[in-house]
Design a protein around this ligand. Structure first.
Ligand code: NAD
Length: 260
């Protein structure tokens, strides 16, 4: 039915743009109350208003997932308002700086790890006490980067953070199974979003990159980047009871890009 998430409460980090925005809209369309968490207040507000215009229920919270107090308070705001949390989409992330390892600064490495990897940990850490009360579903946005044989050269910090998210997902799935909390990761290929705004790809990285047969932003299946709406269908599936036996796994959504 259209309302398969009726009564459920979802937190979407990075919900103000791209994949997070697409998922927030889709979860709300199917009846979930959605907390749109983003470090950019305006973006979060716009998505909240879009959901309201479509007849859904949402709140916008400005928070930085890499800051412990910030994410803890954001999650408790949602739980205070709706008295439960069932679905957590830990999705906020940045590409950060893509360059050779010798040129990558320690600050750039830390920034990528703090947002992509530590941010995922903090999001789960503060949501788990609420999820435990009735069970739920956690979805983590990893990437094809870090999860295939060869990845874009230059993306060492990004790929390491994305691979780390999968290891963390597996540990969380095992630890939380007894509470009926499922935890999975999605590994998107190129998706049309605003992530380029948070990318700094240096000439050294371009130079070192191995040329691939397929133009960037395309896959064997489609000769253009995927859409947030396509990813939202997968997030909805993993959030809903239709995936009730699926936990501890990663799902590629990449038009077979990961097989290149
Ligand atoms: P996007 O830039 O369009 O959206 C990301 C959102 O996260 C933005 O609104 C941004 O403000 C927010 N954000 C960034 N850092 C934050 C922080 N510290 N705290 C809270 N919010 C923060 O990018 P997107 O492509 O939708 O990225 C979402 C996720 O998808 C990321 O984890 C990214 O690594 C992953 N991903 C994207 C692609 C792609 O091709 N676009 C492919 C694979 C994986």
């Amino acid at each position: 039915s259209q309302q398969k998430l009726n009564g459920k409460v979802a937190i979407v980090t990075g919900g103000g743009s791209g994949i997070g925005r697409g998922a927030a809209l889709r979860l709300a369309e199917h009846g979930a109350k959605v907390c749109v968490l983003d470090r950019e207040r305006e973006r979060a507000n716009m998505v909240k208003e879009e959901i309201a215009r479509l007849g859904g229920e949402a709140m916008a919270v400005e928070a930085d997932v890499s800051e412990s107090e910030s994410v803890r308070m954001a999650i408790s705001k949602a739980a205070d308002r709706w008295e439960r949390i069932d679905i957590v989409f830990a999705n906020a992330g940045i590409n950060g700086t893509w360059t050779t390892i010798e040129d990558l600064s320690e600050e750039d490495w830390d920034r990528t790890m703090n947002i992509n990897l530590k941010g995922t940990f903090l999001t789960l850490k503060y949501a788990i006490p609420f999820l435990k009360k009735q069970g739920g579903s956690v979805i983590i946005t990893s990437s094809v980067n870090g999860n295939r044989i060869f990845s874009n050269i230059g993306a060492s910090a990004y790929s390491t953070s994305k691979a780390g998210q999968v290891a963390f997902m597996q540990m969380a799935a095992l630890e939380l199974a007894e509470y009926r909390i499922r935890v999975n990761a999605i590994c998107p290929g190129a998706i049309k979003t605003n992530i380029g705004q948070n990318t700094n790809r240096t000439p050294e990285a371009e130079e070192a990159a191995i040329p691939v047969e397929y133009p960037e932003g395309s896959s064997p299946l489609e000769h253009h980047a995927g859409s947030p709406e396509q990813v939202a269908d997968l997030v909805l599936f993993l959030a809903s009871q239709q995936s009730s036996l699926i936990t501890g796994t990663k799902v590629f959504i990449d038009g077979a890009e990961s097989l290149l």
